[in-house]
Structures are given as structure tokens and as C-alpha cells.
Design a protein around this ligand. Structure first.
Ligand code: TUI
Length: 316
């Protein structure tokens, strides 16, 4: 991997590897380890209020001076107070998900916070670039959690062609092969979520990590299409119940009520049957738990090996 590029320069990191800002999973402990290893660690604010997120920011600041980010989940009822917190704490980088962060961008720029929205479409990518964001994360629907319509394979080149700012590829990437593919599509960096869940330092319940390791190629399924908020989870009792409700024509409210509190149940309590085990389609290629440092070192080594092997050849 060309380790340094425009993206690493903007973010002040060693490798263009960003950790997904997963609610409940992306704690200060995990984010600090990723940043210490030369990537960009991200705290997932999820639906948490500002006082809880502040504690995670403090954990990162106690462990490292390296750059880190907070992911703001735009469907959260606490968005405004999280935005204030990030500005007050002078968090170096913000990533956003599950919505349009347009109305907050000027305030972040005023204090020098870098802004990187997740975009699922070319239209939103263009709008974000016009508003002055620094980079974009283009996330394909192989990703876990709340997803868009398009796959990484088709989304990345279209967004790369549509904007001038650096693009980070996300969705379905978990090893060096995926990184090389993303770079070939024109991305300058990658964001990985599920791979970092299966790290020693991730504080998620061991059952949650084990479920991902056991999951095979077709086990990460999408529910919630009928509510307008499709979510990719590992198939379990909960996803089967939601599917049944969706088929029966249940209301959006009924379906969303069934999903409430389920991510915490899986991540913190370890109830991977009735909880929401958000994970991407990369589960089939994640078969072990490694330290964050090992994950990043292996990703960089695999990427460089493949690039060297391919060289100028395309015939094997
Ligand atoms: O945000 C994510 N992944 C998430 S958020 C989350 S919490 C949640 N739980 C249940 C239902 C909904 C959310 C779990 N996983 N990834 C980034 C992402 N952003 N994926 C898709 C989008 C997105 C979708 C629409 C970004 C912008 C967008 O804009 C629509 C608009 O308003 O133009």
C-alpha cells in the first residue's frame, strides 16, 4: 500500500485504515488502539447521550495523542448535544452516518474538525463535497448495520468519478485483498468495522465476536427494508421474528419497537439469539480474534504483497 497519500496527510495517520464507528462496539478502548497502531480510531456515539460519549473521548485522550474520530449517528435523539460535545472537545475528526449532516458542517469547519460523512449515493456525495467536507466514506451494502442500496463494487468508482476529495471505501472489506480491490476502484483508504469487532481489545461480549467468527457466507441478512431503515444483522431468532412481522404487513412502529434495545442486548449482554448482531458480509472471511496491532500490520503486509505480486501483470 502506498502508505502515505492525500488522505493520510489530511487525517495525520500512518496507514489509510479507518475503524468503523459502531454503536456500543466502538468504545474509547478500541478507538485508542486503532489510532495507536497508525490507523484512525473512531468512537461510535450511536444513540448515547453526550455525557457517556465524553467519557469515551477521555479514554482515548488518556491513551494516545494520535488523531481519532467520533462517529455521529444522525438518527440519534442526542445529535445536537453530540455535535456540541465534539466542538467543545476539539475532536480532530468527525464521521457521520445514517443521514445528511449538512446543517452541522459549517460549525465543525469553524473549529478545524475534519468532516467525513458516510454516503450511500453519488447525489449525496456531490452535495457533501459542495458543502466543503474533507473526505467521503462510500459505504456499500455489504456493510453491517444500517445500509444503503448499492454494493461497494459499483458505488466506489461512481463516487470517485463524481468528486475531487479523497474517497474511503467501506462495506465488505476485511483483508488485504479487499483493500487492493478498493484501491483499484479509486479509493484512497478503507473503513473496516466487522474485522475490528473480532479484536482482543474490542469490549463487545465474547458471544458477539464468536457469532461473527462462526458465521458463514450467507449469514448476514437484511431486515427492516419495509421501515425505510434496512439493517444488516446475523440471522437469528430476532431477524426471523422481524421477517415474520414484515411479511405480515406490520406497521413501521411495530417493527421498530421490536428492534429497540436489541443492539445493547447482543453487544453488552451477549444474547446473540434475541439481540441484534450487526455485522457485514465479510463475516465469512473473518475467522479469528487478533490484537488490533496484528490486524493493522497484517492488513498492510497483505496489501503490499498483493500489489508487489501483481506488479505490471494481469495474467496471474
Ligand atoms: O450508519 C451506518 N450504520 C449504522 S447506524 C446504526 S444505528 C441504527 N439502528 C437501527 C436503525 C437505524 C440505525 C447501525 N448501523 N452506516 C453509515 C451509513 N449511512 N449507511 C448508510 C448511510 C446513509 C443513509 C442515508 C447516509 C446518508 C443517508 O442520507 C439520506 C439523506 O438524508 O439524504
Amino acid at each position: 500500500m502506498s502508505r502515505k497519500n492525500q488522505l493520510t496527510a489530511i487525517l495525520g495517520i500512518d496507514f489509510p485504515i479507518i475503524q468503523g464507528g459502531m454503536a456500543w462496539v466502538a468504545t474509547g478502548e478500541l478507538a485508542a488502539e486503532v489510532s495507536k497502531a497508525g490507523g484512525l480510531g473512531v468512537i461510535g456515539a450511536g444513540n448515547a447521550p453526550a455525557d457517556l460519549v465524553r467519557q469515551e473521548i477521555i479514554k482515548v485522550k488518556q491513551r494516545t495523542d494520535k488523531p481519532y474520530a467520533v462517529n455521529i449517528m444522525l438518527l440519534s435523539p442526542f445529535v445536537d448535544e453530540i455535535v456540541e460535545l465534539v466542538i467543545e472537545e476539539r475532536v480532530p475528526v468527525v464521521t457521520t452516518g445514517a443521514g445528511n449532516p449538512g446543517k452541522y458542517i459549517a460549525a465543525f469547519k469553524e473549529v478545524g474538525t475534519r468532516v467525513i460523512p458516510v454516503v450511500p449515493s453519488v447525489a449525496l456525495a456531490r452535495r457533501m463535497e459542495k458543502l466543503g467536507v474533507d473526505c467521503l466514506i462510500a459505504e456499500g451494502n455489504e456493510a453491517g448495520g444500517h445500509i444503503g442500496e448499492l454494493t461497494t463494487m459499483v458505488l466506489i468508482p461512481q463516487i470517485v468519478d463524481a468528486v475531487k476529495i479523497p474517497v474511503i471505501a467501506a462495506g465488505g472489506i476485511a483483508d488485504g485483498r479487499g483493500i487492493v480491490a478498493a484501491l483499484a476502484l479509486g479509493a484512497q483508504g478503507v473503513q473496516l468495522g466487522t474485522r475490528f469487532v473480532c479484536s482482543e481489545e474490542c469490549t463487545a461480549h465474547p458471544n458477539f465476536k464468536e457469532a461473527i467468527i462462526k458465521a458463514k457466507d450467507r449469514d448476514a441478512v437484511v431486515t427492516g427494508r419495509s421501515t425505510g431503515h434496512p439493517v444488516r444483522n446475523l440471522r437469528n431468532k430476532l431477524t426471523r421474528e422481524i421477517e415474520r412481522l414484515e411479511k405480515s404487513g406490520a406497521s413501521k412502529e411495530e417493527i421498530e419497537e421490536l428492534g429497540a434495545g436489541r443492539l445493547r442486548l447482543a453487544v453488552i449482554e451477549g444474547n446473540v439469539n434475541e439481540g441484534s448482531v450487526m455485522a457485514g458480509q465479510s463475516t465469512g472471511i473473518i475467522n479469528n480474534i487478533k490484537t488490533v496491532k496484528e490486524i493493522i500490520t497484517d492488513l498492510v503486509e497483505e496489501t503490499e504483497q498483493i500489489i508487489n505480486r501483481l506488479g505490471g501483470e494481469y495474467n496471474g
